[in-house]
Write a protein that binds this ligand. Structure first.
Ligand code: BGC
Length: 253
């Protein structure tokens, strides 16, 4: 039997950089992912070194998709909420292509939540994608990916909505739950408050919640007091890697 098409994705987060080989037909990792702590400071060069180490560790020579926790337009990072500020204005696609010794069309860089959302829409929730679907990733920050009838509107930064006078992610990200040692009962109302603010603005038909905490969705999703249907991400914390690999494979092809 022919080997299924494979791709490679790297998900750069505020605390960890994770990568692995992806089965593009199934939208699943082939084997384990490899995780290395995000270097501090998380400068472009330091992160590129780790990305190269992860790719080399798998002996991977094909196209690579890389996510960043940032607005990314045409390969250039424009924001840097949870990563070193020197990313702002950096041509990340050119940097990774050089460091990975790839042609420019072999490397795609995209926002982490957009990558995760693309993977969820394609592989996790292949059924009804009509209407407005939003993926929220709860991690170091809050990432958002907005879809209309299955098509991504890239670089929405709804995690930075101002809610009750605060940048929303500084109150409701999963990292805040850890830092303030909040219980699920204490954290869930903050998430509800955030989702309520978002609902009032975009009236989604479905909300998919992702990030590490989606593994424990049964502990907090039932406590949410929101009007939209909320489901846990199917791909759990591999969605960013899978989405990045998919984006790179599509660019190449
Ligand atoms: C960033 C987004 C990112 C999200 C999740 C936010 O702070 O502004 O670009 O998607 O964190 O990492």
């Amino acid at each position: 039997m022919a080997e299924a098409a494979r791709g490679f994705g790297v998900d750069v987060g505020g605390s960890g950089i994770k990568g692995g080989v992806v089965d593009l037909a199934a939208g699943r990792l082939v084997g384990d992912r490899h995780r290395i702590d995000t270097p501090q400071p998380s400068t472009p060069d330091a992160v590129a070194d780790v990305v190269a180490e992860i790719v080399a560790g798998f002996g991977w020579e094909g196209p690579v998709g890389v996510t960043l926790p940032a607005v990314v337009k045409r390969g250039v990072a424009h924001t840097a909420a949870n990563i070193d500020k020197s990313w702002i204005g950096t041509d990340a696609a050119a940097l990774f292509a050089k460091r990975l010794d790839r042609r420019p069309n072999e490397v795609v860089v995209l926002n982490d939540a957009d990558a995760a959302g693309m993977a969820e829409i394609r592989y996790g929730w292949p059924g009804d994608q009509s209407g407005v679907v939003v993926l929220l990733t709860f991690g170091t920050g809050i990432g958002t990916a907005l879809f209309l009838d299955g098509r991504l509107v890239p670089n929405t930064e709804f995690g930075h909505l101002e809610v009750d006078g605060h940048d929303a992610e500084t109150r409701a990200a999963a990292s805040v739950k850890d830092e303030e040692e909040l219980t699920w009962e204490q954290w869930a109302p903050r998430v509800s408050r955030y989702i309520n603010a978002l609902e009032d603005l975009i009236w989604p038909d479905l909300i998919i919640v992702g990030g590490g905490v989606s593994k424990k969705a049964d502990k907090w999703v039932p406590m949410l007091d929101v009007r939209t249907k909320v489901v846990a991400a199917e791909l759990r914390n591999t969605a960013g890697i899978v989405g990045a690999a998919t984006a790179a494979a599509e660019r190449e092809g």
